[in-house]
Design a protein around this ligand. Structure first.
Ligand code: IMP
Length: 195
């Protein structure tokens, strides 16, 4: 089965493709002739994921899905949340984002945080949402050099090290995106078996 994933990020594509398995061939917006940036200007992760999936579907008519992820820090009222990519600057400046997060939590005892991923799927014209969450805490200093984004600061519950200190396999097994993608995979496999 062919399905379009609304990302041109090769790393994400490979990660999601591995979880979905060989029954599914993922294509990209670029391969479907969409060269422009896909809009994502909604105030929630759900809104952004749906906006991206609807945009692709309206232009191609293909079965497709899109994801959006945010880091939600309890003491900051859920920030940076939907603005996680552009927390400190307008670009995806991971180092600046991490510095700002540490500064905003300086002296704060409550370091509780969670990563949340939402996937919006449009299959046969019908919309479905899947959510993956990992709870954890924000450390007082960066540790590790794996992963990306806030990984050096995020320690998932049940672990003593940050996401950036884990292998990709260890992170995927517990991560927000891993959990959301496994829910998507389960749904797609059940749908194929029923048809
Ligand atoms: P996206 O929706 O996957 O593009 O994620 C938005 C932003 O959230 C990214 O630019 C990162 O700052 C952050 N983020 C998403 N997933 C992760 C992760 O697995 N580790 C660390 N940061 C992440």
């Amino acid at each position: 089965m062919k399905i379009l994933f609304a990302t041109n990020n090769a790393h994400k594509l490979a990660e999601v493709s591995a979880v979905l398995g060989p029954q599914f061939t993922l294509t990209t917006p670029r391969e479907a002739g969409i060269a422009e940036d896909i809009p994502e200007d909604q105030p929630t992760l759900e809104g952004n994921a749906l906006q991206k999936a609807r945009y692709i579907h309206a232009r191609t008519g293909l079965d497709c899905f899109a994801d959006d992820t945010g880091l939600e820090v309890e003491a900051l009222g859920g920030a940076p949340g939907v603005r996680s990519a552009r927390y400190a600057t307008d670009g995806h400046d991971f180092a600046a984002n991490n510095r700002l997060l540490l500064r905003n939590l300086e002296g704060c005892g409550n370091r509780q945080a969670r990563f949340r991923t939402v996937i919006a799927l449009i299959l046969g014209g019908e919309e479905h949402l899947f959510e993956g969450i990992v709870e954890g805490r924000i450390d007082t200093r960066e540790a590790g050099c794996g992963g990306f984004g806030y990984d050096p600061l995020f320690i998932p519950d049940g672990f003593a090290c940050s996401f950036a200190e884990m292998s990709a396999e260890e992170k995927n097994a517990v991560s927000h995106r891993g959990r959301a993608v496994r829910k998507l995979a389960e749904f797609l496999h059940e749908t194929i078996e029923r048809s």
